[in-house]
Write a protein that binds this ligand. Structure first.
Ligand code: ZN
Length: 151
């Protein structure tokens, strides 16, 4: 039996509670500080911070400030329009920030995305990137505008 598909469109506004850990993480961004949390068992610094280590299933303890500089682990360039995201092209990177054992996903900026050949020269796995902070910060992930490549 094959099922029928019923077209539908969802356009629902709602408030999502950020919870204790994400709220604290976002509030610290206002001060240009990025914090993870340490797992007392495996000693990893988890980023974004969360209450329970997903490997050890124990509660995390200490808040640890990590660098706003990190290593690019992966990236993609987006050439299609997606609802709620910037007009293409834009790039998203996975950054392992110094002092953290995990990676943060964020926009890549300060590079020319229109020429793929030039892009390959600048955006490289293993290259160091630094956060570029928004002038006015409000406790939001976009308090970091994007990460730009370092020399
Ligand atoms: Zn752990």
């Amino acid at each position: 039996m094959s099922y029928l598909y019923i077209p539908a469109k969802w356009d629902v506004e709602f408030l999502h509670s950020a919870g204790e850990f994400t709220t604290r993480f976002l509030q610290n961004l206002k001060e240009k500080k990025i914090y993870g949390v340490r797992c007392p068992r495996c000693n990893r610094v988890l980023l974004p911070p969360r209450r329970v280590c997903d490997r050890c299933f124990v509660e995390t303890t200490d808040w640890v400030e990590v660098s706003d500089v990190g290593t690019l682990q992966s990236f993609c360039v987006v050439y299609r329009k997606f609802w709620g995201l910037p007009d293409p092209p834009y790039a998203i990177g996975v950054f392992k920030l110094d002092g953290s054992d995990e990676a943060l996903v964020h926009f890549i900026g300060g590079v020319d995305l229109t020429d793929p050949t030039k892009l390959e020269e600048v955006v490289k796995i293993g290259r160091k990137f630094r956060a570029v902070w928004a002038e006015e910060r409000r406790g939001h992930i976009l308090d970091i505008k994007y990460f730009e490549p370092m020399n």
